[in-house]
Ligand binder design. Structure first.
Ligand code: YNC
Ligand code: MG
Length: 389
């Protein structure tokens, strides 16, 4: 049972289309107005206070970075923990239309120490043909010493209240855990770029009957990308790329709708954060694009290596170039930048190419969720066109 989630406007495991009488997609809660929203923040346990976190402030972003670096998402065996950089957090949390008070922290009143966090950013998302104004919720984190004290539900209720005050009633989020009730389940796949290090830190194992030398040869990539006309995205490309991407994303059942401003924000290269390349043909037309973001993980308790450098597939559109070739170039670019591994979900059309590109299936599943939005039918991973950071 889910003591908290059963009280929330989310699809429940026992929901059945036949008994609920509402086979239609749409909101779960009765419609509300901003005037109906509670004005006072939710109460925290005594000795804690709410704190809006300004990630442009060097001291604050350092505090957020430290909280997440020590307490955010780990794999099941607690070998690796996500290590989002400060630059990444500044990028991810300040897209067009961002609201300062949706970057929400909890501090210890006496010391000021930051001990919990949750964030929202605005987004327009199309779900099974309906365009919905939403927030994307991310970076929910409670300090390890304060776990299992029901602080997470308070954070979720407070961010919901702050979002509702801006007239937004829906949210999208992803998590590794199973909650009521996934709209889709995706699987992570991993492509070794630096097999020697990956084996040494226990991220991967030498396959049976394989030597290290043969493994290195198996994963070896060309030094340079292979597609003619491939180059980094520039600001001038944004109108064309917005078109290219929008047209592509319109073929998915769950996908963002990006404005040009959002494309500029989310796709313009930022060193060590986001890399986007486009393919320009002889007529100066952009035919394809690829992108990946940089999210290292701390290798917990390894004496030799401190961090695992991972690239994560972001938005890629293969129109004139075969997807497999475009993704190979993404692997090459990521390897050139010093990444150890390239991660991708089996969303988009990825299931067609991951095996051929020598990705191996991971043990991490990622569930997609919607808040206050019912879908009459669960989606397959291949119907998902949304990447949350
Ligand atoms: C989770 N990941 O089931 P029940 S993903 C949502 N997302 O509730 P307590 C979660 N809910 O079962 P702890 C969750 N994990 O009683 C647990 N829960 O109904 C639920 N980990 O709370 C859980 N970050 O405070 C239970 O648990 C209740 O102290 C228990 O805190 C949980 O960012 C957590 O994995 C995750 O830092 C903060 O374990 C903590 O364990 C932690 O007693 C490591 O909580 C880091 C980690 C999660 C990454 C993410 C997406 C979050 C989505 C939140 C939901 C948003 C809803 C939409 C709001 C806006 C609506 C509008 C409009
Ligand atoms: Mg807690």
């Amino acid at each position: 049972t889910y003591a908290f989630w059963e009280t929330q406007p989310v699809a429940q495991f026992n929901d059945s289309v036949s008994t609920s009488g509402s086979a239609e997609d749409g909101p779960i809660d009765a419609p509300k107005t901003v005037a109906d929203v509670r004005q006072e923040p939710y109460n925290l346990p005594e000795s804690f206070v709410w704190s809006t976190c300004d990630v442009n402030d060097t001291k604050t972003v350092e505090e957020v970075y430290q909280l997440l670096t020590m307490n955010y998402v780990e794999d099941d065996e607690a070998m690796f923990r996500f290590n989002y950089s400060q630059e990444f957090l500044q990028w991810a949390l300040q897209p067009p239309g961002y609201q300062a008070n949706w970057v929400l922290g909890v501090r210890v009143s006496s010391s000021g120490k930051l001990v919990a966090f949750i964030t929202g950013v605005p987004a327009t998302v199309r779900v099974r043909g309906k365009e919905v104004s939403m927030v994307e919720i991310n970076f929910l984190c409670v300090h390890k010493k304060l776990r299992a004290k029901r602080l997470a539900p308070v954070l979720i209720k407070e961010i919901t209240r702050r979002v509702n005050l801006r007239g937004i009633w829906q949210a999208a989020y992803t998590a590794g855990v199973v909650l009521p009730k996934p709209v889709a389940t995706a699987q992570y796949w991993h492509r070794s770029l630096n097999p020697k290090k990956l084996i040494s830190v226990g991220f991967s194992r030498l396959a049976p009957r394989m030597t290290l030398a043969r493994t290195l040869k198996l994963y070896k990539l060309p030094d340079q990308p292979q597609t003619p006309g491939l180059r980094p995205l520039t600001a001038q490309d944004v109108p064309q790329v917005t078109q290219l991407l929008s047209q592509y994303l319109s073929t998915y059942e769950l996908a963002p709708i990006f404005t040009e401003e959002e494309v500029l924000h989310y796709l313009m290269p930022v060193e060590g954060v986001i890399d986007t390349h486009v393919v320009e043909d002889a007529d100066g037309k952009l035919t394809d694009m690829l992108s990946f973001y940089t999210l290292p993980s701390t290798i917990i308790g390894n004496p030799t290596y401190k961090t695992l450098k991972a690239a994560f597939m972001y938005y890629t559109v293969a129109k004139a170039t075969p997807l497999q070739q475009l993704m190979t170039d993404a692997l090459i670019l990521a390897a050139k930048k010093g990444h150890d591994v390239f991660n991708a979900l089996d969303i988009f059309e990825n299931d067609k190419i991951l095996k051929d590109l020598k990705f191996g299936i991971g043990d991490g599943r990622l569930r997609y969720y919607l808040y206050n939005w019912r879908v009459a039918q669960e989606l397959k991973a291949s119907q998902i066109g949304l990447v949350l950071l």
